[in-house]
Design a protein around this ligand. Structure first.
Ligand SMILES: NC(=O)c1ccc[n+]([C@@H]2O[C@H](COP(=O)([O-])OP(=O)(O)OC[C@H]3O[C@@H](n4cnc5c(N)ncnc54)[C@H](O)[C@@H]3O)[C@@H](O)[C@H]2O)c1
Ligand SMILES: O=C(O)[C@H](O)COP(=O)(O)O
Length: 391
């Protein structure tokens, strides 16, 4: 029986992928094998030694101590692209709200008073305060052309916008999906200088913290709009508030309210709603639950943010060893030598690496005794070892 601890509400559709006969799932559970999480901050949590994997039912993993988990030989999985459409739609809503002054207009309507005749008069007199602008011909700069950025850039092109994109590490798959009408910016500064709307879709990393700051805001076209549905720390709130006060920025649309932004009439903030649709919650939970299940039951790794992709079919009757080790020379040699010493025949072997981590799957024709397991576990550089019994 595998034990799964949930740190946030995870869609039942995803939890159903962990069959009750072999999985116990609860928010409070002793010695969990894996943790399922959304945005709960795990940095200050004590993560039990029993944890073999962490599944993020979403995209961003900045709430998870990924580097520390790598050192412990624990993969962190996420659900790439599973909530991208939900975020794209909310960004488009933000773009339109800013262009047409919709929140201010709705607020005006709420305050209307009098009989219908008086209301109509106030409407016709007042509407001139909310004159907006249309999107065709306007420029949008998308920083980060990943799952969300590509979808947004393509839709904006369809809406008639001139779209610039910047991403120094775009994947080939995303490059294939990007509309050829999206123009390449040469740098963040180049993109900022060209764009009236700027939308950030990068992960929170040291390199992206404060990506939109006072200096960059000065490069922007006058009356621009910043959209931030990535992470609060990527945009400097205080610099934004100053640019709004100076009238150089028209609006800041974001998913991350803060005290600095609160009450500012030019800030449109939603409460971290980017991925909050039934569809996205289901997609993320299903994807990550399936990945965790496959890792726990077979040792395969799909969509990990710190482990290499490692997928090898496990044939009936074979015992599988999964070994996480430092990515240094002679690890596979030492593992196979130990197996040979115990007269164990290797049926199949896969060794993959990513950065400092290497991951080896070894399928053996027979059962594996405790002595050889202890011998492999004692090899310097082995971080984690599991035996998956033959079925
Ligand atoms: N508001 C929400 O609810 C919500 C929902 C989903 C994702 N997010 C956030 O959005 C981020 C992006 O999500 P995604 O699914 O598109 O991720 P993704 O991994 O598919 O795409 C991120 C892209 O950013 C690029 N990138 C990294 N550093 C960069 C830099 N310095 N400059 C330019 N590009 C850079 C990467 O190469 C990658 O292509 C997530 O990491 C998460 O923080 C927020
Ligand atoms: O990175 C993400 O996927 C989003 O920020 C969504 O977070 P949530 O799962 O807490 O809604």
């Amino acid at each position: 029986m595998f034990k799964i601890q949930t740190l946030n509400n995870i869609s039942p559709l995803g939890l159903e992928r962990l069959p009750r006969g072999s999985y116990e799932v609860a928010s409070e559970i002793g010695s969990p094998d894996a943790v399922l999480v959304r945005s709960a901050d795990m940095h200050k949590l004590e993560i039990p030694a029993s944890v073999k994997a962490i599944g993020r039912a979403g995209a961003g993993t900045n709430n998870i101590p990924v580097a520390a988990m790598s050192q412990r030989g624990v993969p962190v999985f996420n659900a790439p692209g599973a909530n991208a459409n939900a975020v794209k739609e909310l960004v488009l809503a933000g773009l339109l709200m800013a262009a047409r002054n919709i929140p201010q207009a709705l607020d005006f309507v709420k305050k209307l008073d009098g009989d219908d005749h008086a209301l109509h008069k106030q409407v016709e007199d007042g509407k001139k305060k909310f004159v907006g602008f249309e999107l065709p011909g306007r420029t949008l700069g998308v920083i980060g052309l990943g799952a969300i950025g590509v979808k947004l850039a393509n839709t904006a092109v369809e809406l008639g916008m001139e779209v610039f994109g910047y991403d120094p590490a775009m994947t080939v798959q995303n490059a294939w999906k990007l509309d050829s009408r999206v123009k390449q910016a040469l740098s963040v500064d180049d993109l900022v200088a060209k764009s009236q709307f700027i939308s950030v879709h990068v992960p929170l990393l040291e390199a992206t913290r404060g990506l939109i700051n006072a200096e960059r805001l000065k490069l922007m076209k006058k009356q621009g709009v910043i959209l931030n549905f990535a992470r609060a720390e990527i945009v400097d709130d205080r610099a934004v508030v100053e640019a709004l006060a100076a009238g150089t920025l028209h609006a800041y649309v974001c998913d991350f309210p803060s005290n600095a932004l609160k009450g500012n009439p030019r800030v449109l903030a939603t409460p971290h709603l980017g991925a909050s649709t039934g569809e996205a919650e289901d997609n993320c939970a299903v994807m990550v639950a399936e990945q965790i299940r496959e890792f726990l039951e077979v040792g395969n790794v799909r969509n990990s943010v710190n482990f290499p992709e490692a997928v090898m079919p496990l044939l009936p009757g074979k015992t599988r060893l999964t070994v996480v080790n430092a990515n240094v020379p002679n690890m596979v040699g030492q593992i196979t030598t130990a197996l040979a010493k115990h007269n164990l025949n290797i049926a199949d072997l896969l060794n993959k690496s990513r950065g400092d981590i290497a991951y080896t799957l070894v399928d053996i024709d027979s059962a594996v005794g405790e002595a050889v397991v202890a011998e492999i576990a004692a090899i310097q550089g082995v971080l984690k070892l599991r035996v998956i019994a033959a079925r």
